[in-house]
Design a protein around this ligand. Sequence first.
Ligand code: F6R
Length: 637
Amino acid sequence: MCGIVGYIGMREASGVLLQGLQRLEYRGYDSAGIAVLAGDGVRCDVLGGMCEEKKKSEGGRLRVVKQKGNVASLAEAIVRSNGHISGATLGIGHTRWATHGDPSDRNAHPHMNASGDIALIHNGIIENHAALRVELGNHGYSFTSDTDSEVLVHLIDHLWKQIPFLDFESAVRQALSIIDGAYGICVISSREPETMIVARKGSPLVIGIGDGEYFVASDAAPLVEYTRQVVYLEDDELAVVKRDGYTVKSIDNIEQEKALTELDFELGEIEKGGYEHFMLKEIFEQPEVMQDVMRGRVRLEEGRIQLGGIADHLDELRAAKRIVICACGTSWHAGLIGEYLIEEFANIPVEVDYASEFRYRNPIIGPGDVMLVISQSGETADTLAALQLAREKGATVIGICNVVGSTIARQTDFGIYTHAGPEIGVASTKAFSAQVIVLTMLALALSKDRTMSDDEVIEALQSLNDLPDQVSRILEHSEQILEIAEHYKDARNFLYLGRGYNFPVALEGALKLKEISYIHAEGYPAAEMKHGPIALIDEEMPVVVIATKTKDETYKKVLSNIQEVRSRKGRVIAIATEGDEEIEALAEHVIYVPEGAQFIMPLLTVIPLQLLSYYIAKMRKCDVDRPRNLAKSVTVE
Ligand code: F6R
């Protein structure tokens, strides 16, 4: 959600921080800021949009630039500050996505104490902030922002002053023991100028280990250009980072042994590579991503799937009473496809639940059940909470995550990485495809000796093997989708219909359109249309119907559904199987995808829908990579 970066070393801190914030912008932002500890400083100034408002204080050396808006305007403000923050080699930076208090200069992070010698950035939510505000107010503290985060910096200040012999680290530790809620924080102080303190509870933080320098970030994207060696903090851990080393302790002050993790992606993977938007790049790289996801796992010659992460647990999984899939958003749509796949191939009952619903009822789950969580980021708060609840109740918890070392990945019993590479565009595209492929491989791995013959398994593996080329063929016809987008870019509503494996794709197509183009869109199982939504159809309503050929009679039924739309003057855009001429007479536009097995269809039919929403959003001049009100990773409930 919000982004955190921190740096201590020998480089110019402001440059490292700005670069890091740019790499984190995809997480969503409405304001940004940095604080540095200037080597030659004589006082604390606050610049940027709020420089007029904040009183200057003498004696500190922390310098802050922060304001509403994006990182590019923060960079301009830094330039306008005329070297005000140059020469510093320690600092912290933040991109904010508003939760408490509107997006504004004053609510931007970092927040400072009144004397300007402590600066703090915070991700998460402090639930008891209102009570703490009152208490601190009674001690003479006043607040310059509406944020819950500012409370924490004053609390640290208060404890540090109040309790004799307390050092910086202990003051932060004490403050954290008083607050309720979630946090990832990074704090610096001119009173202890060689120290950066970071701590986490429910909001991710990773420390990058350089040579005589250390980096801190809320995800690994800003670190990869400096180092590949990282340490992930766990909940209730606090790290003291200095120029000559770092120590990780539990919140109870017990030193922790931490393993180093090697980052597994390249800088090029988080850059745009010539595309106008990350989303477009990520749509177009799907053929390669699909190959990466399947590499070494789809073993066509051996007629089997090899999934290292679950290889030792296959019998346990096959014996599951049922599998409960929990996820949010696009990952939940992948989960719905997983239900079709696992029930068809492995004959194990599957339920799919929104993580946010699962966690707030009394779900019936326990030993013998398997919970499968799916998350691109591996940090989604609701998915994480669902996982923890299932685990408390005795279920085995497995995960499908994209971000290696993410919190969800670490808290599952075992799991499968999607290996889709970093997904930067807020709208998930390649991660969805990767999730569906992993689910397909999982279902096939579970099917052994249950429902499928060896020949059927080989046929399925062949379908997976053919997939990247088929997707490339669809992408070659992106021009046609661009033209269709031109026809519908001004529509105010859209309906998406599909059946079977294509039903979750209808939901996903509608979500993609609404989140990046702000056009209202709904996805429905095609047969449900006559139970209500058909009332919406008139000549203004584009209806995207996924009507690929099937072996059973559902294809014919979908054709009838198209007729129903047509007879009410709805405008049909059909996604159909190559060679299907019959459908041309029924639809205003037809987008063809290659013929394939039914279970492969979602991976083909979703591609034109991703492109359609991308082109429409672009034509409507929407900020495709950073849609309004959205963030890449939703680490708050
Ligand atoms: C939509 C989208 C979101 C995410 C959802 C879950 O394009 O990206 O709906 O799918 O927020 O995120 P993860 O998969 O990171 O748990």
